[in-house]
Design a protein around this ligand. Structure first.
Ligand code: 5GP
Length: 240
């Protein structure tokens, strides 16, 4: 049973439940870019992200990575553990793209080996400024041990997801994770979907993610269908 709205994000709404340890996340059809400056509502977008996110959370659980995911209540409604979210966006980059290329002297597509972790402070009003270890620990957002734990988890998740996508001829360029505290543990929260990853076809470099929307490269819903039909055909068949 839903109780009050706890938080309305740009593409998801969080509701409390009768159990204080559980929340439900409703994946809406909103899609946004550039801190909400670009916004559209696209049919099925919420279902795509919910289905992908549930699949990846379960994949990680099968590799002993603890996440907030409990189960899907329906196609857009995910029941999750109620984390105290840590206001950081943890990004791991296998190849240079996006803000990496805009900010630093590196050509798009350059392989970053070992992968580079960058961390932004999650704060729209401040434009999600990039952090460093000293700021994160100095401001008391994480202890040094927690920061190391989050980085280690992020690297493990990256290895699992890179291996998964490589099996389908897809390169995982980079992705963003968010973590939270739950009963003394740090768990993965938020979502893992085509909205929070950059994916390129290994051969053609075609974008298979939200960059299609950000950069007006075509029909993003068609792109999400193409991706799901490659990696999760049984889920893609459920869509019209
Ligand atoms: P960049 O820093 O290059 O803009 O983004 C790096 C990666 O993190 C990309 O895969 C991008 O989708 C993801 N990312 C960065 N910031 C956000 C955000 O605010 N929301 C979402 N969903 N993903 C983000």
């Amino acid at each position: 049973m839903f109780e009050e709205t706890l938080y309305q994000g740009k593409a998801k709404t969080l509701y409390g439940t009768s159990d204080p340890d559980e929340l439900v996340v409703v994946f809406r059809d909103d899609i946004t870019a550039f801190n909400g400056e670009k916004h559209d509502i696209l049919k099925d977008k919420g279902r795509f992200n919910a289905a992908a996110s549930a699949f990846f959370m379960e994949l990680l659980a099968s590799h002993t990575i603890a996440t907030h995911f409990i189960r899907m209540d329906d196609t857009i409604t995910m029941r999750v553990r109620h984390l105290a979210m840590i206001p950081l966006e943890v990004i791991i980059r296998n190849r240079a793209a996006g803000s990496m290329v805009k900010r630093y002297p590196v050509a798009e597509g350059t392989v970053l080996d070992p992968p580079i972790i960058t961390i932004d402070y999650k704060d729209d009003a401040r434009g999600d400024p990039m952090m460093n270890d000293e700021i994160i620990c100095g401001l008391g957002i994480l202890t040094p041990a927690e920061l190391e734990e989050i980085k280690e988890k992020t690297r493990r998740i990256n290895t699992i997801l890179c291996d998964f996508f490589a099996g389908y001829g897809i390169a995982l360029i980079d992705f963003k994770l968010e973590f939270g505290r739950y009963k003394g543990e740090i768990l993965l929260g938020d979502e893992i979907s085509m909205d929070s990853m950059r994916l390129w076809d290994e051969k053609t470099r075609e974008s298979l993610d939200k960059d299609v929307y950000r950069e007006n490269k075509g029909d993003v819903i068609k792109t999400y269908h193409t991706l799901l039909s490659r990696i999760l055909p049984e889920i893609d068949e459920e869509f019209d």
